[in-house]
Write a protein that binds this ligand. Structure first.
Ligand SMILES: Cc1cc2nc3c(=O)[nH]c(=O)nc-3n(C[C@H](O)[C@H](O)[C@H](O)COP(=O)(O)O)c2cc1C
Length: 206
């Protein structure tokens, strides 16, 4: 039945962005000289072993993934939001593209020092993991597609190879304890943690 109630009225809006609340990822990729770049992103989703990322074509991350198809998908906790924000005005791309200069970006090569985060060797990929991030997923790039209807972004399909988790989050060997893990959420350009648990799905194993 069509809703005719006055209580849930909607309004047409034209938001500039559609960042409706997804986890922040600190994506580590390999630079041409084998140093490591860190890119904060929030466009990602996972299904099975596949994690799909959305990356702007003007950034360093996609350039690095094209030349070296490996990355680590590091998931920061809410307590790391200021480290993430320290990276926000930087790009590893040199020279900085004009549209990024217009948005206040400057070039920074040493993103670990800039964010006060610590590199840790990975098991199966060259880019390092970020020690402070409670979940670190080593992944290989399987495909990069640029939609012809919107050629500013790349859709990167990756396959997870190894998942590392801080010990205090691990429950029964292979589960992440959802009571202990909280992603850092990027909600219309503001940072949030999770609120209290509401319940669980019928398929939850913990
Ligand atoms: C919290 C946060 C989320 C972001 N999400 C994305 C994203 O999903 N995709 C993207 O391309 N850029 C995103 N950005 C902007 C990138 O961080 C920016 O393009 C930066 O240039 C990436 O670094 P790089 O050029 O060294 O790869 C986000 C920035 C912040 C602070």
């Amino acid at each position: 039945m069509i809703n005719s109630s006055n209580k849930l009225k909607t309004k047409l809006v034209k938001p500039k962005i559609l960042y409706y609340g997804t986890p922040v990822v600190l994506l580590t990729t390999l630079n041409e000289d084998e140093s490591v770049n860190i890119s904060p992103i929030s466009s990602s989703w996972g299904l099975g072993n596949c994690i799909v990322l959305g990356l702007g074509l003007g950034g360093k991350a996609i350039e690095n993934l094209k030349s070296h198809p490996e990355c680590v998908i590091n998931l920061p906790s809410p307590s790391l939001w200021q480290n993430v924000e320290k990276l926000a005005p930087f790009t590893g791309k040199n020279p900085v593209p004009d549209y990024k200069i217009a948005n206040g970006f400057t070039y920074e090569k040493d993103k670990y020092t800039a964010s006060q985060l610590t590199p840790e060797e990975s098991l199966s990929v060259k880019p390092t993991r970020i020690l402070e991030c409670p979940i670190q997923i080593e992944a290989k790039v399987m495909d990069i597609r640029i939609p012809d209807y919107y050629p500013n972004f790349g859709i990167i399909e990756t396959q997870a190879k190894h998942v590392h988790a801080h010990e205090n989050l691990v429950l029964n060997e292979n589960h992440i304890d959802p009571e202990k893990w909280s992603p850092l959420i990027y909600n219309f350009r503001h940072y949030f943690g999770l609120g209290n648990e509401l319940g669980k799905t019928y398929r939850a194993e913990t």
